[in-house]
Design a binder for this molecule. Structure first.
Ligand code: R5P
Length: 299
């Protein structure tokens, strides 16, 4: 029997692409909100004995979690052989330390909850910074896929003479991997964060890169202020109008509009549905599902 791929609301297009890429069957799941806001979930296909992949990118985790856990538990109770979570964007990974006394380390709590309800997790470029790997917090087999090769190939095919720029030290892993793959020069800037929307990027002398097209590369665009500050610095250096490529586009409409004013193009993978999506991840995720620990393609 083919693996069964179920999409939580908003994830249907990605689930379609994933099913096509891995030869899985697209299952049906009925969801709705009761008048008081509670979640209703009903699985409409036979799951007994099957590998079930629940597709739910976690860009809005607080509103998604209950429905996701109900679906996972329901599949298990109805006899699924394995219940996997496919979350191209994995939330809460940036809250990876108690930065101030009394703060919740939400990455750990979130990992405990998901680990209790799923047999395995597949995600793309989780924000691993102070946690060295997903298994530092997840107790189920958890696969972190890397989109850097896809970002690099998109840049190589779309941008002439790129200069890869990481806006802060945390972005260095993505910027470095992209630059290495396409043999482009790479610069990583230094950022100081003062608040959710207040960031400073330290001045840097980039004059020797005139003639290159700067391409900012980061894992996440959220408020967009990190990339906007870095983009402005590049313009002040007299460099060409920059491009920007990220893995996870969490930017809302206002942030997206601001990014489009600064960058020639603001480009993202389809880990989160967004008008900037130009790089598809379904084939990458499909290959991972076929690998060890995520159930066979057919049973
Ligand atoms: C954090 O270090 C991440 O790599 C991103 O730079 C950060 O999440 C971007 O956030 P914002 O768009 O709100 O500046």
């Amino acid at each position: 029997m083919q693996r069964l791929i179920l999409a939580l609301p908003g994830n249907e297009p990605f689930a379609d692409r994933l099913a096509a890429a891995c030869g899985g069957a697209r299952g049906r799941i009925q969801t709705r909100r009761f008048p008081d806001g509670e979640s209703y979930v009903r699985l409409l296909d036979e799951v007994a004995g099957r590998t079930v992949d629940l597709v739910c990118t976690l860009a809005h985790p607080d509103g998604q979690l209950a429905m996701l856990l109900f679906a996972a538990d329901c599949a298990r109770e109805l006899g699924a052989a394995q219940v996997n979570l496919v979350a191209p964007y994995l939330a809460y990974m940036r809250q990876d330390a108690r930065f101030h006394p009394g703060e919740a380390v939400s990455s750990r709590t979130f990992a405990r909850v998901l680990s209790a309800h799923f047999d395995a997790l597949v995600t793309v470029d989780p924000h691993l910074h102070r946690h060295p790997a997903l298994d530092a917090v997840y107790t189920i087999p958890a696969t972190a896929l890397h989109a850097a090769p896809l970002l690099a190939d998109w840049i190589a095919g779309n941008v002439a003479r790129p200069l890869i720029v990481g806006p802060d030290e945390e972005s260095g892993q993505w910027a470095g991997a992209v630059a290495a793959r396409i043999g482009a020069p790479c610069v990583v800037l230094r950022k100081t964060r003062h608040g959710d929307r207040e960031v400073d990027i330290a001045p840097a002398d980039l004059g020797r890169y005139r003639g290159h097209t700067p391409v900012l590369v980061d894992d996440i665009a959220s408020s967009g202020h990190t990339l906007l500050a870095a983009g402005r610095l590049l313009r002040e250096q007299g460099l060409e109008r920059p491009e920007c490529v990220v893995v996870h586009a969490l930017a809302d409409a206002d942030a997206h509009a601001a990014l489009c004013r600064v960058f020639t193009r603001f480009t993202s993978t389809d880990s989160v549905p967004h008008p900037s999506n130009r790089i598809g991840l379904a084939p990458l995720v499909a290959r991972a599902l076929a690998g060890a620990g995520h159930g066979p393609a057919t049973e």
